[in-house]
Design a protein around this ligand. Structure first.
Ligand SMILES: *[C@@H]1O[C@H](CO)[C@@H](O)[C@H](O)[C@H]1NC(C)=O
Ligand SMILES: *[C@@H]1O[C@H](CO)[C@@H](O)[C@H](O)[C@H]1NC(C)=O
Ligand SMILES: *[C@@H]1O[C@H](CO)[C@@H](O)[C@H](O)[C@H]1NC(C)=O
Ligand SMILES: *[C@@H]1O[C@H](CO)[C@@H](O)[C@H](O)[C@H]1NC(C)=O
Ligand SMILES: *[C@@H]1O[C@H](CO)[C@@H](O)[C@H](O)[C@H]1NC(C)=O
Ligand SMILES: *[C@@H]1O[C@H](CO)[C@@H](O)[C@H](O)[C@H]1NC(C)=O
Ligand SMILES: *[C@@H]1O[C@H](CO)[C@@H](O)[C@H](O)[C@H]1NC(C)=O
Ligand SMILES: *[C@@H]1O[C@H](CO)[C@@H](O)[C@H](O)[C@H]1NC(C)=O
Ligand SMILES: *[C@@H]1O[C@H](CO)[C@@H](O)[C@H](O)[C@H]1NC(C)=O
Ligand SMILES: *[C@@H]1O[C@H](CO)[C@@H](O)[C@H](O)[C@H]1NC(C)=O
Ligand SMILES: *[C@@H]1O[C@H](CO)[C@@H](O)[C@H](O)[C@H]1NC(C)=O
Ligand SMILES: *[C@@H]1O[C@H](CO)[C@@H](O)[C@H](O)[C@H]1NC(C)=O
Length: 409
């Protein structure tokens, strides 16, 4: 169990100005080192049963909160940021981390309708809880997540509106990260890049949209005992269509965890990062192998709510080569999994069967990469040219013949 004794709370007073409430919370561990740091502004709107009609209570997260009950997190517990205020109200957020990233998991708002100041005339005086998934994007460890945009999370009775949010959990050595990871809402449609941190609260203009980054190439190995049996090296990008013409690009982390299975006739590669799990199933048919099936499971924030997308296609035929060799393609390829999901693959090099000595065997390159690819249009052009020449020649011969015909008359 953790010791809330060392937990400390700091208040942030905005230089003289503003009705805007911004609260700064710092959670410290036993060693008095900061383990969670947050600055945020929240407005709550809560529908409750008044003494005659339904009423809305509207109030902000006050700039004085207690971090009592917060947990730094350790081997058996995940970090928890708990901000208590008033008579029994609190907002808490727990965090998870994997593959070098962290994100907020579940946001729990607890409110007590016996607070007559905030809930005047409430009929039922009781403590209520609302739990929702947080909208926080995965953030690299040792960077601070920032989101200046206004984002609302609604459940049946409660609307929580957040803005000017800066959060870092799993703070290492008590030092807040110097780099910030900007939320997607601040940088529409692109993967959040890391920019140098300015002060977390002063609003700055939203940066202009950078061109979409290409995914980094990851090297993935599956082992059978200690022997590598499946090798893959590729950059992957998901193109997700979530309404008729809105798309969302997600680059797969090159540090994703690879797991899977190697058989004689089938092999599986599973790549997992915080928000995404993709499974590639390869099979052997006659003497060739190919990618037969893709299963993808993506968790992403769309229009202010966390959504799970599951896509599956088992009728694919990509990345085909003879068993005993590897498949290589430098060109970008688009694998259409479903109407909602297209996987853009870059610099693919895979060998799911008969890996020898932990290295790729001779590569069979895709048509687009090889010289043959250039030869196809040339061959078609040459054939067309030949046809035209033939037509012209036969026309001339035809004319000659008919001219000689006239002369003889
Ligand atoms: C913990 O650290 C803060 C800031 O460094 C300091 O103000 C405070 O006195 C320390 N508390 C304890 C119990 O050492
Ligand atoms: C939060 O509430 C205050 C007071 O009701 C209001 O002035 C402010 O505009 C609200 N902010 C947002 C982002 O909703
Ligand atoms: C309470 O607020 C919600 C959301 O802002 C609104 O849809 C609803 O009509 C309001 N209800 C009352 C009784 O004011
Ligand atoms: C913190 O919580 C504990 C147990 O819930 C309580 O005994 C203690 O008084 C609280 N401290 C503060 C400062 O609210
Ligand atoms: C966490 O586990 C590691 C190894 O299992 C151990 O060395 C470390 O002391 C543990 N830390 C805490 C805070 O229990
Ligand atoms: C966060 O809290 C929720 C609700 O208590 C729980 O279901 C979830 O597993 C927790 N997440 C982590 C990463 O501990
Ligand atoms: C509750 O209802 C009574 C009578 O309808 C009214 O006089 C009183 O002002 C109401 N109280 C509140 C807090 O709205
Ligand atoms: C934390 O301290 C260790 C040892 O001093 C150091 O190697 C590491 O880079 C530090 N991490 C950060 C984020 O400062
Ligand atoms: C993957 O392997 C290639 C070739 O061995 C190497 O050049 C590249 O840096 C590796 N990439 C990563 C992300 O480790
Ligand atoms: C993503 O898909 C949409 C719709 O199919 C397409 O218009 C867009 O060019 C694709 N973007 C990328 C980077 O592949
Ligand atoms: C991958 O992990 C390594 C070691 O943990 C780290 O140095 C590197 O920055 C990570 N790369 C990405 C793209 O996250
Ligand atoms: C396997 O790799 C090692 C080191 O890279 C090399 O010395 C050895 O000759 C290789 N064996 C075969 C059969 O290719």
């Amino acid at each position: 169990m953790q010791h809330p004794g060392g937990v400390r709370l700091a208040l942030l007073l905005l230089a003289g100005l503003s009705l805007t409430e911004a609260v700064e919370v710092e959670v410290r561990g036993k060693d008095n080192k900061t383990c969670i740091y947050a600055v945020l502004s929240v407005n709550f709107t809560i529908l409750y049963e008044g003494n005659v009609t339904m009423e809305n209570a509207t109030f902000p997260l006050p700039n004085s909160v207690s971090s009592n009950g917060s947990i730094c997190g350790g081997n058996n517990s995940t970090p928890l940021l708990k901000m208590g205020f008033g008579t029994g109200h609190s907002l808490s957020l727990n965090f998870s981390h994997s593959t070098g990233k962290f994100r907020g998991d579940v946001l729990i708002f607890t409110y007590n309708t016996s607070d007559a100041k905030r809930f005047p005339g409430a009929k039922n005086k009781s403590v209520k809880h609302v739990a929702v998934n947080s909208l926080m994007d995965s953030t690299p460890l040792n960077t601070i997540y920032t989101c200046r945009s206004v984002e609302a999370i609604a459940s049946e009775a409660v609307v929580m509106t957040f803005w000017n949010v800066s959060i870092q959990a799993f703070v290492e050595n008590g030092t807040i990260g110097k780099n910030e990871s900007v939320c997607r809402a601040d940088l529409p449609t692109t993967v959040a890049p890391i920019t140098t941190r300015t002060t977390p609260i002063v609003p700055t203009p939203v940066p202009t949209k950078p061109p979409p980054e290409l995914p980094a190439v990851g090297n993935y190995t599956i082992k059978n005992g200690s022997d590598p049996c499946l090798l893959a090296s590729m950059g992957l990008q998901l193109n997700i269509t979530y309404t008729e013409n809105k798309t969302h690009l997600v680059n797969i982390d090159s540090n994703s965890t690879a797991s899977g299975y190697c058989g004689d006739k089938d092999a599986t590669l599973v790549l997992e990062d915080m928000d995404t799990t993709i499974q590639f199933n390869f099979i052997v048919d006659q003497s060739k192998f190919f990618l037969k099936e893709v299963k993808a499971n993506v968790s992403l924030v769309i229009n202010g709510s966390r959504t799970a997308l599951n896509s599956n296609n088992s009728n694919l035929r990509f990345w085909q080569a003879f068993v005993g060799s590897s498949y290589m393609c430098h060109k970008e390829q688009s694998i259409v999994v479903t109407d909602q999901l297209v996987i853009n693959a870059f610099n693919v090099w895979v060998q799911p069967f008969q890996v020898k000595n932990g290295t790729f065997s001779r590569a069979e390159e895709c048509l687009a990469d090889s010289d043959l690819g250039f030869l196809v249009p040339i061959a078609v052009g040459a054939a067309l040219g030949l046809l035209i020449i033939l037509v012209i020649v036969s026309y001339i011969i035809g004319r000659r013949k008919s001219q000689t015909g006239y002369q003889s008359v």
